[in-house]
Design a protein around this ligand. Structure first.
Ligand code: NDX
Length: 259
C-alpha cells in the first residue's frame, strides 16, 4: 500500500470494502442512544437474559482476533522473513494474546449477556481477518519503512498505549475483591485525569498501529475504536458523576484536560 501497487495475491475490493464497513460501524456506535448493555450499563435483570461469566465471555469473544491473524502469521512465510508486515502482525497478535488469555483470566467483571458475546465474537473474527489479510497478503513495505517517521512514531504510540491500557485495566481490577460486583471511584495513573483511562490507552494504541502500518484496515479500526470507546468513556463518565457525589470535578471523560 505504501509503495502504491499491491502484491498479486491481494484481493483489493474485499479488503477496501471490509475496511469501509468497519469504519462505518464507528458513527453507528456514536449514534447509539443507549450504551452497549454490559458492565456498568447492563440493563436487563439477570433472569431476563442469558449470561456468561466475564472470564468466559471475554475469552470467547476475543479469541478469533488472536487465532485468525496468528494462523495467517504461521501460514504465510513471506511475513515471517522479517519485513515490517510480520512485525505489525506480531504486535496485533500480541495485543489479542493478552486480551484473550491474560485479561480475561483475571477479569473481575459482571457476567456478560450472551448476545453481546456473539456479536463481539463475529466482530473480532471480521477484524482479525481484515487486519491479518492485509498484512499477510496486501502489505508491500519498502525496505526503508523501518526508518520512516510514521513507522517509528506509530510503534512508539502502540507500545505507550498498550502500557496505559494494561496499567489502567489493572487499576480497575484492584477496585474489587474477588467475587465483589460493586463500583468505586478509580484512582491513580491516568484515572487522575480521565474516567476512561483504559479506553484512552487503547485508542492511542490503535492510532499508533494505524500510523505504523499506514493501511486502510488499521485506520478503519483506529477510527472505530475512537468512536466506540469514546462513547463508552462518556457513558462511564456520566455514570460516575451521577453515582458519586465526591467524584473529582476536574476529571475529564477521555482526553486529559480537554474532553
Ligand atoms: N470487545 C472491543 N455495536 C467488544 C465486545 C462487544 O474488545 O455491534 C469492541 C472489544 C462488542 C464490541 C467489542 C464491538 C461492538 C459490538 C459489541 C457488541 C455489540 C456491538 C459488536 C468487540 C455493536 C454497533 C452496532 C454500534 C457497531 O462489572 P464490570 O464489567 O463493569 O467491571 C469492569 C471493571 N470496572 C470497575 N470495577 C470497579 N469499579 C469501577 N469503577 C469499575 N469500572 C470498570 O473493570 C470490567 O471488569 C473492567 C473494565 O471495564 P470497562 O467498562 O472499563 O471496560 P470494557 O468496556 O469492559 O473493556 C475492557 C477492555 C478495555 O481495555 C477496553 O479498552 C478494551 O477491552 N476494549 C473494549 C471494547 C472494544 C475495544 C477494546 C476496541 O474497540 N478496541
Amino acid at each position: 500500500m505504501v509503495s502504491g501497487a499491491m502484491p498479486d495475491g491481494c484481493q483489493q475490493t474485499p479488503m477496501v470494502a471490509g475496511s469501509a464497513l468497519l469504519a462505518l460501524l464507528g458513527p453507528l456506535a456514536l449514534y447509539q442512544v443507549t450504551p452497549q448493555a454490559y458492565g456498568k450499563h447492563s440493563r436487563s435483570p439477570a433472569s431476563a437474559t442469558a449470561l456468561l461469566p466475564a472470564r468466559t465471555a471475554w475469552f470467547l469473544q476475543e479469541l478469533p482476533a488472536f487465532v485468525v491473524p496468528a494462523g495467517m502469521l504461521a501460514r504465510e512465510p513471506r511475513t515471517l522473513s522479517g519485513p515490517p508486515a510480520g512485525l505489525l502482525l506480531g504486535l496485533f497478535c500480541a495485543h489479542y494474546f493478552h486480551r484473550t488469555f491474560i485479561y480475561s483470566l483475571f477479569s473481575r467483571g459482571r457476567p456478560c449477556p450472551v448476545f453481546i458475546v456473539i456479536e463481539g465474537f463475529f466482530f473480532c473474527m471480521g477484524n482479525g481477518l481484515l487486519q491479518g489479510y492485509y498484512l499477510a497478503y496486501c502489505a508491500d513495505y519498502p525496505a526503508e519503512w523501518y526508518m520512516d517517521i510514521r513507522f517509528s512514531l506509530g510503534i512508539f504510540l502502540f507500545l505507550l498505549g498498550m502500557g496505559i491500557n494494561i496499567h489502567s485495566d489493572h487499576l480497575l481490577r484492584q477496585l474489587r475483591k474477588p467475587g465483589e460486583i460493586i463500583y468505586r471511584i478509580p484512582q491513580g495513573g491516568l484515572f487522575t485525569y480521565v474516567s476512561g483511562a483504559n479506553f484512552f490507552g487503547e485508542i492511542v494504541e490503535w492510532i499508533g498501529f494505524a500510523l505504523a502500518s499506514w493501511s486502510p484496515p488499521a485506520f478503519a479500526f483506529a477510527f472505530f475504536s475512537f468512536c466506540y470507546l469514546g462513547t463508552r468513556a462518556l457513558s462511564h463518565h456520566r455514570f460516575y458523576l451521577k453515582t458519586f457525589e465526591d467524584y473529582p470535578k476536574s476529571r475529564k471523560a477521555l482526553i486529559p484536560f480537554i474532553f
